[in-house]
Write a protein that binds this ligand. Sequence first.
Ligand code: ZN
Length: 244
Amino acid sequence: MTNKNKKHIVIATTIIILVVALLIYRYYIPDMKPKKQLTPASVEYTYDDSVTSSQLAEYNARQDWQLTLVNNDTPICENCSVILTALDNGQAVDCRIYPQLQKMFDDARSQGIYPTITSSFRTAEDQQDILESKYEHYQKIGYSDKKAKAYAEEWVAMPGTSEHELGLCVDIASGDSRVTNQEVWDWLAKNSYKYGFIERYTAEKQDITGIIPEEWHYRYVGEKAAKEMYENDLCLEEYLQNMS
Ligand SMILES: [Zn+2]
């Protein structure tokens, strides 16, 4: 083989390797992990025992905070901040929803229903971690990277688009073997509106909310709105639309 031929073979091999590497990068690597889509401005948070009483009073006096819409099309506010109340089991919620949440749980317990909170306030990073675990779960049970990503995103809101990042909602399950999750959820579906909470994602409203049914996810909207939404069978998106 002449030196000239050898040179041609080296050049051709290099080009082939580069093209293959480019194709792998373009079609394979980007699907390996969900895209990082952290919200540009994560919610700042502090706890109610570390703010002054006047800061707390100002926070409580804000208007219409309980009707803040967060969904796939409406990301959480930029540069917003929340004041949280820490709960006994390591969970935390917006301090303004705490009194009614406590009342709802006390009343449920007095009626033989024993709810517990399984998820509440989350940072954008928490939300990203949940999304990635779900994605890895689907990969492990054999879905292609693309399908695993799509299913994970169907189940878990992208960071920046979850109400959990505002501390205005809680995921609830049974906290006692005497009652099933379903019994807890049935009680909540019937009674939560009296305390200002709504079942946020129902099967009937999936087309509007864009979220698959979540019987455990309860969102605080205030007693007035919750009652109207319960009685007129409206989801938050419809309620806000009607108001405008
Ligand atoms: Zn939830």
